[in-house]
Design a protein around this ligand. Sequence first.
Ligand code: FAD
Length: 490
Amino acid sequence: MTDFTTARPFRHDQVERWDGETDVAIIGFGAAGACAAIEAAGAGARVTLFESGSGSGGASALSGGEIYLGGGGGTDAQRAAGFEDSTEALEAYLMMAGGPDADAVKVALYARESLNHYQWLRDQGVPYKGTFLPGKIIEPAEDDTLIWSGSEAAWPFSETARPAARGHTIQFMGWGGGRKLVDILEARVRALGVDIQTDARALSLIADAAGRVTGVVVRIDNQPRFVRAQRGVVLATGGFCMNQDMLRRYTPQTMRLNDPIGENDNGSGILMGMGAGGDAIHMDEFFTTCPWIIPESLVKGIFVNERGQRFINEDCYHGRVSRTMLDQPGDRVFLLVDNAIFERPLDLARIEIAAVGETWEEVERELAMPEGTLAHTVHTFNRYAAEGQDPIYRKALEWLKPLNEAPFAALELNIRTSFFSFFTLGGLNTRPSGEVLDRAGEPIPGLYAAGRTTSGLPRWGHGYSSGLSLADCTFFGRMAGRAVASAQPT
Ligand SMILES: Cc1cc2nc3c(=O)[nH]c(=O)nc-3n(C[C@H](O)[C@H](O)[C@H](O)COP(=O)(O)OP(=O)(O)OC[C@H]3O[C@@H](n4cnc5c(N)ncnc54)[C@H](O)[C@@H]3O)c2cc1C
């Protein structure tokens, strides 16, 4: 039997027989693939969706179903909660969140269209209760649907973009509304008559001598099937946090972490895209977080590294703080708390008490740090905090408090043993239309991609905010579906 590889496309002129034919082949039935299918089928194209699992889902179904939305004066939920969110503020925030190489074109389009996208989601049947839950939240414990989900109110973001809560979670009781989100999208996909093939793994793209992608080889019933895609193929297979070889090559920092989160993030779509000549960018970027902000009183503590030095304003998004922990020397950072704010961290976080003392000097000694390091950091912090200031990292007043009530403790977050969940943010370089670009910046005919197979709105681990991935998957999945449906058939 012929060996098929993600590393290069199968040659079109070597296909002996076509087992199937469609206008649009979509690979992967998570949020990005589903949204691409809805738009492509809605535009009248014949769409076939191939999913290697036994049903829809992917990481999307494991998620909190939270989507980053706003701008244009605000969604109804934002306005009801008193946020007059402007498109300019949303755009400015997304540019910061995207890091030094944010995709300005995608950001501007998303900021402009975010309210319409919210309406589109509602039109598909996604419910939003419209109630706002203030404070530091990972996902609502009940069925509220608006939360602060990033670093909007924290320095330096708050200085550039007027803060607004933008994390819109699907109405769902408790954590994990992603399954409901995907079920709703799947119902639309089915209603539009999309041909859904499950237990169908894409093995290789098919391309002609000129490099145009003309189809895909899919394994069904343990047999390779050659599927002709007249208008194009959309890669929506998620990221690569579960592919050890890719992590080692492209994202070695994650080798220190033990908890990839996803369903089937094997990187196959990225590899197929690269094999067809696609450029993959920001492959070293990833989201990571240890859920240290629960209970939220801990946010009033301060982090120090193994040298006793503070390194961030702790009121930033928990993922930004967690990502910055990996930049510190050694594997351990310590969250310093006093008696007034101490509460037991979540068991899930695997955070241990490393030292306790009646003075900060005692805590410092117990951690075997050189004299005057940690203690100096805390005393300096306390002196300014007592005046309502944090001139070094500008932590907001709401979370600022001197750590002066004994006993004191250092809680250890260990990169190698605490729960640092992660998923990848690097992927294929695409236009807002989902067209995959080669290294010269030219589109590869017939090839599109969306979701975590691409490097999209979220592309910088230090700026990631909850809801950005699904915002990108759902919106740019739609854009890819529209574009491929209107491509010239070959
Ligand atoms: C626990 C958890 C909570 C999260 N919460 C949020 C949140 O609230 N908001 C947010 O924005 N982000 C969240 N994320 C991240 C977000 O869920 C993902 O980044 C996003 O869902 C990725 O969507 P996708 O469509 O690109 O990929 P996926 O949803 O992973 O879908 C890809 C699909 O492709 C299939 N596939 C893979 N390879 C092949 C192949 N070769 N052939 C055929 N099929 C293939 C997979 O089986 C999978 O079903 C969370 C992630 C996790 C794990």
